[in-house]
Design a protein. Structure first.
Length: 151
């Protein structure tokens, strides 16, 4: 049996219910619990990264996505103008979560602290909530900006 398989077996045997929670999943992945849980996922060609850390009775989460680079005027003035309009609308609707860096990269970021214990349901529901709010803008933006995964 591999070392990873042995660790999994020990974790399952050591749990009362035979279910591995996120606290055990970080151990299984070889990461210390204090560092929190990190994962990434792709949605619509955009790569999202999530970092969650459990406190005593709270959870801190950071969502981050590189939505691509804004086209320069010389490259495509039409796409740049339309992308800027989408960015202005997204920034207003999403409360400043969408930003343009000095290097013309479009970022979606959210840092939140929730007064609830760290659970898989909490983590997934907050990720889904951010995606539901951002989805219309991501779809519009992908018409004018090439998502990094497609580029």
């Amino acid at each position: 049996m591999s070392n990873q398989g042995h660790t999994t077996k020990q974790l399952l045997e050591g749990s009362e219910t035979g279910v591995i929670g996120l606290d055990k999943a970080s151990t299984l992945a070889g990461k210390g619990h204090d560092d929190g849980l990190r994962f990434s996922f792709e949605y619509g060609g955009f790569l999202f990264a999530v970092h969650a850390v459990a406190g005593q009775q709270s959870t801190k989460m950071r969502f981050h996505a590189n939505l691509g680079s804004l086209p320069y005027t010389a490259e495509n003035p039409h796409d740049r103008a339309h992308a800027m309009a989408v960015l202005r609308s997204a920034s207003k609707a999403l409360g400043g979560r969408v930003q343009l860096t000095p290097r013309q990269r479009i970022l979606l970021q959210e840092n939140i602290t929730i007064s609830e214990p760290f659970t898989p349901v909490l983590l997934m529901s907050r990720a889904a909530k951010l995606l539901v709010m951002a989805k219309p803008y991501l779809e519009l933006l992908s018409d004018f900006v090439h998502p990094p995964i497609e580029a």
